[in-house]
Design a protein around this ligand. Structure first.
Ligand code: SAM
Length: 342
């Protein structure tokens, strides 16, 4: 999900991935306090309902809204669900209770997709879904430390069994490395000023402290534009804590390799760095790299394994964005495995 684009959302004892009221079919999740609104659900279901019978991997299961929708429309698939967050998996188990005979849940990172699928005895899968980033319950639960609006510890781990936290980055990275991650993962134009302010303010222990240090570091006119001044910095630190970008291309490559002929891989990305990796990986797998010399065999990586189901990225409709502002950043791409590699 994109970072906190909806400042007016109120958080009660229930939470919403997309920050808007639950739909009637979300009752199952309400008992877990993990209510979610899957982004571009109709579009995702349209793409993945068409796959051959067999196994669909939901590599970012979250509250299992997409997975439940897929299981509901197609009795001939089973779902292997992965999530690195045990809280999400617990919520997914409740959400998927009516389908548990067709579901297997795994507390794993998505770059373990090949290993998990093979350990279940499958050689191929019919579909894969990656709905990248964080869920609203992760963002909205203050003690997870993802939020610049709700004070909490500097944590930001999706997997709470992992050791490395936001505090490690904020309090130990040298200034140059901080500038690098703020620029690379946050597109932050004031990276130098922010990094220098963070180093000067050490030690920092809470998200409120960090948000205030960033706010003070940003030039006054920029504070009044483009949302909360700490939004990009929090996104960058979160991506670094969870190694979100460094494992993505490998995981997508594994997913494409696992696909059976006519199987499909669909990805929702929420920021430019993520979407660039998806776009490049899909284009490479579709063989869309011009051969350097027509008389030579194509270099490795240029043989088409898949076709792009459409050019460019699909975006959520205005209607969806109105009820669900966090969906706005979504960019949806999908590929289909060729029957025979070209
Ligand atoms: C946007 S939410 C998915 C929401 C889900 N599609 C639904 O309908 O509820 C992303 C989920 O992916 C998980 N996640 C993010 N990166 C992951 C990774 N590398 N491996 C496994 N899970 C990951 C997060 O913990 C989060 O629960």
């Amino acid at each position: 999900m994109s970072d906190e684009v909806n400042p007016n959302r109120s958080v009660s004892n229930t939470m919403s991935i997309a920050g808007h009221p639950p739909e009637p079919d979300e009752d199952d999740s309400r008992s877990t306090g993990f209510i979610h609104m899957p982004v571009m659900r109709r579009e995702v279901v349209e793409v993945l309902a068409e796959v051959p019978d067999g196994v669909v991997v939901d590599a970012t299961l979250g509250g299992a809204g997409h997975a439940a929708a897929l299981l509901e429309v197609n009795n001939n698939i089973s779902v292997v669900g992965l999530d690195r967050d045990e809280v999400a998996l617990a919520a997914a188990r409740v959400r998927l209770a009516p389908h548990l005979d067709r579901v297997s849940l795994h507390h794993r990172r998505f770059d373990a997709i090949g290993e998990v699928v093979r350990s279940l005895g499958h050689e191929h899968v019919s579909g894969c879904l990656f709905d990248l980033g964080v869920s609203s319950p992760q963002l909205d639960t203050a003690d997870r430390g993802f939020s610049f609006r709700n004070d909490g510890p500097l944590d930001m781990r999706m997997d709470r069994t992992a050791r490395f936290t936001a505090a490690d980055i904020v309090n130990t990275y040298d200034e140059r490395s901080l500038v690098g991650i703020l620029r690379q993962y946050g597109d932050e134009p004031h990276a130098r000023r922010i990094a220098s302010a963070i180093v000067a303010a050490r030690p920092l222990s809470s998200t409120a402290e960090l948000a205030e240090v960033v706010r003070q570091a940003v030039p006054a006119p920029a504070r009044r534009r483009g949302g909360h001044p700490a939004r990009r910095s929090f996104q960058a630190i979160r991506i670094e804590v969870n190694e979100e970008l460094s494992i993505l291309a490998d995981a997508l490559g594994q997913a494409i390799e696992l696909l059976a002929p006519s199987g499909r891989c669909a990805v929702l990305a929420y920021h430019s760095g993520e979407d660039r990796i998806v776009k490049r990986t899909f284009r490479d797998a579709a063989g869309e790299v011009p051969p350097p010399r027509p008389d030579l065999p194509p270099p490795p990586g240029t043989v088409a394994e898949v076709k792009l189901l459409w050019r460019g990225a699909h975006k959520p409709s205005q209607d969806e964005i109105v009820v669900n502002p966090r969906a706005e950043a979504a960019r949806f791409r999908a590929v289909e495995k060729l029957a025979r590699v070209a």
